[in-house]
Design a protein around this ligand. Sequence first.
Ligand SMILES: [Zn+2]
Length: 430
Amino acid sequence: MLAVCAGLAVGLNGPPARATGLRAGVARIDITPSQPVMLAGYASRKDLSRGVHDPLSARAVAFEQDGQRLVLVSIDNLGFYNRTAEPLRTAILEASGLKPAELFLSAIHTHSAPTLTLDAEKGHSNNVAYTRALQAKLVEAVRKALDQLAPVEISAGSGSSPVGVNRREVVQDDAGKPKIVLGRNPSSPTDREVQVLKLARPPEAELVAVLFAYATHSTSLGPKNYLVSGDIHGLAEQFLERYLGSAVVAPGFAGASGDIDPWVRVLPEFRTDKGWIPEPILMGTMLGEEVARVIEGMKGSTTNGPIKTLFKTVELPCKPGAAASAPAEATRPLNLSLGRVGEVAFVGLGGEVFNGIGQAIKTASPFRSTFIFTHCNGAAGYVPTRASYAEGGYEVQSSPFAPGAGEQLIEAALQGLRDLQWTVSNPQTE
Ligand SMILES: [Zn+2]
């Protein structure tokens, strides 16, 4: 209603003012390490990287309308472990003047990118240097995206991809009882939606960015790999930018993939002979092709502003001994970021949530499209569903959270989405 009134006022009083419409700017910056680094994500990998399979990038999409901003950043990395979310975010916020709720800093969860750390005591010096340089590059990427704000039209769409599969395989233990191992469980109902957002510049509908979110671990390369790579999400981003032209920025985001792995993992060697397509390339290309198929089928723009954002630190029940500070406390925090651009909502979860949690948020969201980003603005650990605790398995064992945390997170996200809807006429909320 407000948007209609504002548009009418402009129409009556003079030429349409572009400043009242939705604007966006995009940027891409190379973050491939220039020296050997420790790669993140597998405890068994003890040596430095031995080369680069494919380059890493940071990609930013900045939205602005009526002074409200929302900046979505995707980096080709595992995530913000070793307490790196806060310093990286602070550097960006201070340099850009963004409010904390306006920044979604997310990682695609590739396990073939540098471990982030600013801890010179514990981290490898090359990784500390890498993280410091990354900090400056992220500041630059966000500044560049904000500098290029110009009118934009956005459309949301949806596809499906078989690249990810539930990894909680049921086997029998020595006593013949069922147990969960990391494997493949295709019979588990899984949300395989490929969420796609297209940004085009009027009046010619020139494509400027394609953003996508998909739920799988980017781990097709496995723990024996020592080459830097964006893995599935990174290769999908690279495929899209090659296919659509290098002026288009294609940031990828990991959906709710705590219990989702790639359908196939790489064979011991990268094989290219006898028609073999290496697994990361096969699956990254499949995912990228689905994104391209979705945008090519989209018709016209669907939504405009307003932009609203919310940032909450949710205290979730944790296991005994896993409290964040005093042992008497029974909770741990998880950063929850919420944003909307018109009828499109974004939910950023600062942890590694199970597929069912993302599905529950999307299904009950009051918005037409609700994108789920994990590894966003924090790294609180695995958040399983309540039902999975009874089954056990790696994620449940390594999660700091107690049963019920996932369901509380769903409620907090849905409440936040309802607040964003309501705040159309209440610009106080930030
Ligand atoms: Zn993971």
